[in-house]
Ligand binder design. Structure first.
Ligand code: SF4
Ligand code: SF4
Length: 203
C-alpha cells in the first residue's frame, strides 16, 4: 500500500520499474477481472481463484479478492516476471490499468505516490490518462453498478456477516471463463437486486 493524494492533474510517465507490482496485496478484483484473466490463462475461474488469489476479510466492502504475492521479500505480484513485465498485461485488473490513479467518484481521483508521478498540479488531466484504457469507458457503468450494489448490500446486511458471505459467493464465484464477461456479471447483479428487493436473503 502506498500513500495517496487527491489530484485533478498530474505529470506521469511509466518506465517499467515494476515498483507498483510489489508490496501491494491490495489489487482487488472485479468479477470481470476474474473471468477475463481466467480466459486469458485458459483455466477455469475456480482454478484461477484458487491458484492466483486470496480472499481477505473486510467488513466495509463485499469483496476482498486480491491477487496473491510471491513468497519473496518484496511480496512481488505473482504475475510480474523477471523482466518486470506483467504476464497478464493485456487483461490486467482494472485496478492495475488505472494505476497510479484511484477513482473516488466522477470527478475525484487519488494518485498513489510512486516515483513516476512527478508533479501533482501540472501536466495532463487524470481523466485523459484513464481514457487511454479502452475498458475504462466501456465497463465504467458496470463498475459503478457493482460499486452501488456492494454499498447497498453492506447497508442491508449490516451485522449480517452470513448474508454478505452468501451474496459475496454469488457475485464473485462460479463464472464460466469461456462465456461472455459482461452478460454474466449483469445477470448476477440483476438477480442479487431482485433477491434484496424480495427480502429473500435479507431479514
Ligand atoms: S511504479 Fe510507475 S514507473 Fe514503475 S512500473 Fe509502476 S507505473 Fe511504471
Ligand atoms: S497484475 Fe500485472 S500489473 Fe497488476 S500488480 Fe500484478 S504484475 Fe503488476
Amino acid at each position: 500500500m502506498v500513500d495517496r493524494i487527491n489530484v485533478t492533474k498530474v505529470s506521469f510517465k511509466c518506465n517499467n520499474c515494476g515498483k507498483c507490482c510489489r508490496l501491494r496485496g491490495d489489487i482487488v478484483l472485479y468479477p470481470m477481472d476474474i473471468i477475463r484473466i481466467s480466459n486469458f490463462l485458459n483455466i477455469s475461474c475456480k482454478d484461477f481463484l484458487e491458484k492466483y488469489t486470496i480472499t481477505l476479510e473486510n467488513s466495509t466492502i463485499l469483496s476482498q479478492i486480491v491477487i496473491k504475492s510471491k513468497n519473496d521479500k518484496f511480496l512481488t505480484c505473482v504475475f510480474l516476471n523477471k523482466k518486470n513485465m506483467c504476464r497478464i498485461y493485456e487483461v490486467r485488473p482494472i485496478a492495475c490499468s488505472n494505476f497510479p490513479f484511484l477513482i473516488l467518484n466522477e470527478n475525484t481521483y487519488l494518485v498513489q505516490m510512486v516515483p513516476c508521478v512527478q508533479d501533482f498540479n501540472n501536466g495532463s488531466k487524470v481523466i485523459d490518462f484513464l481514457m487511454q484504457n479502452p475498458r475504462f469507458l466501456s465497463e465504467k457503468k458496470l463498475r459503478r453498478e457493482l460499486d452501488e450494489l456492494i454499498s447497498l448490500v453492506n447497508k442491508k446486511c449490516e451485522n449480517l456477516e452470513w448474508c454478505k458471505k452468501i451474496i459475496f459467493k454469488f457475485l464473485y464465484l462460479g463464472y464460466n471463463s469461456k462465456k461472455d464477461v459482461v452478460s454474466q456479471v449483469k445477470r448476477r447483479i440483476t438477480l442479487i437486486k431482485v433477491l434484496i428487493k424480495l427480502s429473500v436473503v435479507v431479514t
